[in-house]
Design a protein around this ligand. Structure first.
Ligand code: SF4
Ligand code: SF4
Length: 419
């Protein structure tokens, strides 16, 4: 191993947990991601998407799904150990419990279990309200939710869901915690299907014929899932957190020996430390054609999402002719009737001004024109187009309605002969 020093996986994990918590707090408030159910909007990367914008939502969901697949194929259950909110908040809850117990013992000289329980449940209860608020902010505009919370509303959908999620979070982080990962969560089982001989895993390797393992069992004691990684690297409970690696490195390090547990690229592959001299793509986990294909599929969805977002129009104008009567003749002019619908999908007010092209002598009568449309609003309306009646009028004339940003091809109908 030379002088190569591996990081403390515990410290790295805690930094990542902190980063994830900040992201979890910020994402719905910055409209980075929110499926706003009451408004029927999907917020993604600052874009306010309408539920009808199927292409963008499809590409966004497929991209996120393949990101999870890619992470599982390449890095096993790294998501569980480093990024999963269940893991982050369960470990935080256990740390809070330990902290309170230590403080109580220091203050009273002995553990007062009832006091510890009361304080612990008070902290978890308050934290559950906050977590439930943030979680529901992924589905309801945070300001609306705050109003429901401050008025202690348990009648609207937001209020009822807030109360229910608070209760679930409280029970989860005070009682269930990491048991969730081994009983309810399907991700561990999914990982079993997606992983293969090149997937990153946590592996115990004692290649010494005399066996270096000193049976201190520290790797077992620190394991949040209470398993012994030495028996198999494929235990469904293992979330690849790396705590056992740190523990063994520390214990055997005191004896001047390298640790026996490693992150390794499959049961037979190199450890992360051994792989440091390999090309970057092998170190990143790109080790066979299957991984190249997964990466290409992910890149296709990313490209599709990029194209769909770049082609998106914040103001959508739809115009259609009303053909209940093909045309009307009045005052020496021929009249065609049209209907429009303007959807402002942006966060700023917009105006749409209708005008005509390729229809000389024609006039457009709309009231109002331009049409003001507030952010998030859809305005429906009607207008007429009239042209002088002429004995030489064509039956069908093709022209264009201009909306300021769009050109809508349309037809104008007139009698073939003047009456
Ligand atoms: S921490 Fe290392 S030395 Fe101790 S029991 Fe586990 S594998 Fe063996
Ligand atoms: S065996 Fe090691 S990597 Fe797996 S959960 Fe336990 S401590 Fe984490």
């Amino acid at each position: 191993m030379g002088n190569f020093h591996l990081p403390s996986w515990h410290r790295l994990r805690k930094y990542i947990h902190l980063l994830c918590f900040v992201a979890f707090l910020a994402l719905p408030f910055l409209n980075v991601i929110r499926a706003d159910i009451p408004r029927q909007r999907f917020y993604f990367a600052g874009y306010e998407l309408w539920i009808s914008e199927f292409a963008i939502i499809f590409f966004a969901l497929m991209f996120l799904m393949f990101l999870v697949v890619l992470s599982s194929v390449f890095y096993g259950r790294i998501y569980c150990g480093y990024l999963c909110p269940q893991m982050i908040f369960s470990e935080a809850s256990m740390a809070v419990e330990t902290f309170i117990r230590r403080k109580v013992v220091r203050k009273f000289g002995k553990p007062r279990e009832i006091l510890v329980r009361v304080l612990f449940h008070a902290v978890v209860g308050a934290a559950s309200v906050l977590l439930a608020f943030i979680f529901i902010s992924y589905f309801v505009e945070p300001r609306d939710l705050l109003k429901s919370l401050l008025s202690l509303d348990i009648r609207t959908a937001a209020g009822i869901s807030g109360a229910a999620v608070t209760l679930v979070a409280y029970l989860d982080f005070s009682l269930v915690r990491l048991r969730f990962c081994t009983t309810v969560c399907p991700y561990g089982y999914l990982q079993g299907m997606l992983g293969d001989g090149n997937t990153l895993l946590v592996h115990y390797r004692d290649g010494d014929p005399k066996k270096v393992c000193i049976e201190c069992k520290k790797c077992v004691r620190v394991c949040p899932m209470a398993i012994d990684i030495r028996t198999s690297p494929f235990q469904i409970e293992c979330v690849h957190c790396g705590e056992c690696i740190d523990a063994c490195d520390e214990i055997l390090g005191r004896l001047g020996k390298p640790g026996l547990i490693h992150y390794a690229w499959g049961e037979k592959g190199e450890t992360v430390a051994e792989a440091r001299t390999l090309p970057w793509y092998r170190r990143a986990g790109l080790r066979d054609a299957k991984r190249v294909i997964v990466l290409l599929v992910l890149a296709c969805y990313a490209a599709g999402l990029f194209v769909a977002l770049s082609m998106r129009r914040p103001v959508l104008v739809q115009v259609s002719p009303v053909r209940a009567s093909l045309y009307k003749v009045d005052g020496g002019r021929v009249w065609n009737h049209f209907r429009y619908s303007i959807s402002n999908r942006s966060s700023k007010p917009a105006t749409v001004k209708f005008s005509l092209a390729q229809l000389p002598d024609a006039a457009l009568s709309a009231n109002p024109n331009p049409v003001p449309v507030k952010p998030g609003e859809t305005v429906d309306g009607e207008f007429d187009i009239s042209a002088p009646l002429s004995a030489h009028e064509e039956l069908v004339r093709h022209f264009t309605i201009l909306t300021g940003t769009d050109s809508v091809p349309m037809t104008f109908l007139a009698p073939s002969e003047a009456p």
